[in-house]
Design a protein around this ligand. Sequence first.
Ligand code: FRU
Length: 546
Amino acid sequence: MKKLYALAALGTLLYSCNANQSAVENTGTEATTEATAATSDEPHRPQFHFTPPSGWMNDPNGMVYHNGEYHLFYQHNPDSTVWGPMHWGHAVSRDMVDWEHLPIALYPDSLGTIFSGSAVVDVNNTSGLGTAANPAMVAIFTYHNAEAEKAGKDDFQTQGIAFSLDNGRNWTKYEGNPVLENPGIRDFRDPKVLWYEEGQKWIMTLAVKDHISFYSSPNLLDWKLESDFGANVGAHGGVWECPDLFKLPVEGTDEEKWVLIVNINPGAPNGGSGTQYFIGNFDGSKFVMDPQFEAGLQAEPTIATTVNGQEGIWLDYGRDEYAGVTWANVPEEDGRRLFMGWMSNWAYANVVPTEKWRSAMTMARTLELVDTPAGLRVASYPVKELQHLYGPTYTLEAQDVAGALPISEKAPFSTPTFDLQLELERLSPDGQFAVELSNDQNQKALVGYDATRKQYYIDRRNAGDTSFSDDFAGIHYAPRLANGASFPVRLLVDVASVEFFADGGKTVMTDIFFPDGPFTKVRLLTESGEFKVDSGKLTELKSIYN
Ligand code: FRU
């Protein structure tokens, strides 16, 4: 019998397991209050980002929208604050901001522990696992068989499915698991499934060591290999993991293109794990890169968009966005492509200085395909629902900045949780700026623009505790994908992290930090040249635990 999730062990959980099939049944309601009490007042606990109440968390999994709820499952080790036997933790939200914690959805079984994957609603009941009136929510995940791995086998990762007929509250593993056997490849995982409307079939995008394999299925149960992509393109400094494939409209046109996300560890531009992507076309069988995108990818090392000589085009250039993928089944009326990543990096995730839990997710983001001087790129921006947490605002007047401009001093609040939006204007070509976040201990994080490199950066060298890993302190850079003198920038700051969105989300950077006191002080510094504030707002973000 597995150890039960502490918060759910109130007699509501019934766990059963046999050779190939297991089901977890529970009501899930008791978990909520305790989770809330446990998360309001601990050092470094984010106040508006999703964190597990306790234990280890990595990738977001199975993100799917159904009956008014956004589901977030996640890689979870409930018994420890370091990575270990993987389960799928579970939470739901009506706005991707305020989360209700639910009991663990998927436990390891005789086929293995439960690695990353996706979930879909089988609206047409192609699988026969639900009914037309009550379609099944189907989770497609990787079974990781640690014993087989230890025994020296290569085929220890296979794909399995589980289904729920009650909005993800109770799950049954499919008795015919695994639905996709391993052809003898050690890295064979993280299935992301979509319904391909044009061909009336399911497509599974799977990460296979150094490439992506596309499989198709009429029913989620029987899978056939369609094609492979990527062995010779993009970044290859590590293993390909957690892919995603979806269509996006090209902003300002009637065109649509396909985006293929490929997470990679290590090999990210600022070290460790990161999220790269490709733009092209998918015809139900093959993914082919857009010629313009491909040319950009090849030209990348020679133009200003390269960071630290790393190839690849990245969704987030910070060190702490990984395994990011998007929500399935978001209603057409909504029309958004919604994304969330894990806010850490495998380079140090297991040793960051938190005690009861490890890691947070990024804020949910909207992805859009936009034109930039480097060609079409995926821009991301925080979801508008974040406004549900808005508290008082301090509005900046238009002004020149000479040296330093205090911002938080005049704000009607003093919390390390805020949304800072600035419209800056560069008045001289050598103009560079930094937003400084600091505390009473004189620790600080800087988020700014380096005029010499023509790149944005986050400097967390003096942002608090860095002693836990030699690979943590540093300055991280990102290309600027906009021209001109106007620099619209936005920072979401939450106790132990900053998410930086420049030029409307064309450049994004996410970094975490562990200061000894809260970063409640904010200043704008112009270190060289001249900058002007055209407008600005500093808005308090309320805690989701209030
Ligand atoms: C990515 C990853 C996935 C795997 C999971 C295991 O962070 O390595 O490839 O399924 O984490 O927890």
